[in-house]
Design a protein around this ligand. Structure first.
Ligand SMILES: [Zn+2]
Length: 196
């Protein structure tokens, strides 16, 4: 299992071998420290990649070649373009067609946002992020922004659990309940054509 230290940016790290069993398996950067990144892309079977979320969007990426990735996307990641960077990284490694899955994330119903901040996000990401919350306030549509960026990257969203982390009790939410636990998205490949 390969983990990264998530920092709401656009950096992508690549791993090309399974992590040693029983290790914490942080991906190490060039200077020997834990890699700061919000997407981890793996080449080859056996390498399981993971991101942790509690309101941000966990995005799984797969390809017929078995190149796969996990992306952590909040509003900062949308603005930074981490989805496009991850897809470009997979393509550069030989992925001919990338598909995506989206796990539980905070939805517009619960994600009230300041108008000025929303304007700034919409300027970078598109008007798909503009929404209204359940109580009628200005809100950010994070899944809408993720879908828009996947569409622009030419990546079909083939699985969408379509669940708001803040509404129900089934998921961890930092914003709604200050949960310290996180959802974990694991992505791995057992060979070309099969990404779990
Ligand atoms: Zn909600």
């Amino acid at each position: 299992m390969h983990r990264i230290r998530q920092v709401h940016g656009s950096d992508v790290v690549v791993v090309d071998a399974p992590a040693p069993p029983g290790t914490r398996a942080w991906v190490v950067s060039g200077d020997g420290g834990v890699a700061d990144a919000d997407a981890v892309v793996a080449v080859g079977t056996g390498a399981c990649v993971v991101v942790l979320t509690a309101d941000c969007g966990p995005v799984a990426l797969g390809s017929p070649e078995g190149i796969h990735g996990a992306v952590h996307v909040g509003w900062r990641g949308l603005v930074a373009g981490v989805i496009g960077t991850a897809v470009e990284t997979m393509a550069a490694l030989g992925a001919s067609a990338v598909v995506a899955g989206l796990g539980p994330a905070i939805h517009r119903c619960c994600y009230e946002f300041g108008m000025a901040d929303l304007d700034r996000v919409a300027q970078e990401v598109g008007d798909e992020v503009r929404a209204v919350s359940a109580s009628g306030a200005v809100a950010l549509d994070l899944p809408g922004g993720i879908r828009a960026q996947l569409r622009r990257a030419g990546v079909p969203l083939v699985v969408d659990v379509d669940r708001c982390t803040a509404c129900g009790d089934d998921d961890f939410s930092y914003r709604a309940r200050a949960d310290e636990a996180r959802q974990a998205l694991f992505v791995w490949s057992t060979g070309p054509g099969t990404v779990m």
